[in-house]
Design a protein around this ligand. Sequence first.
Ligand SMILES: [Zn+2]
Length: 117
Amino acid sequence: MSGDAEWHEVAEKFWPQWRRIFNEGMAEAEVSGVCPACGKQTLHRWYRLLAHRPHMFGDQAFAGPGPLWEWCSTCRSYVSFCTGYVPAEWVPPYDVELDTIPREPDLIERARAAAMR
Ligand SMILES: [Zn+2]
């Protein structure tokens, strides 16, 4: 798999494993576990807090509403959730300039890659 792969939504056959990996934590930007699609340990997530509106769901604390992206920077499998809540413990490890809320995490991945340099 090259880094030049096109962004594409996670294939259905990889979905159960993808969910298992991402559901193990909520607030880690660098997700441990290997990508079910390409086998690389290059899974990431990023939340965008849209409004500070603390809320509890059960015993989980959330900072407010905001979208979530989950992606693999190697094969560019991704999924995005436009409506969700950002965990209270989420600390963005890098800033991303977003004028709109894109489906694909391309700008986020660019910001991540730049921050890693
Ligand atoms: Zn992958």
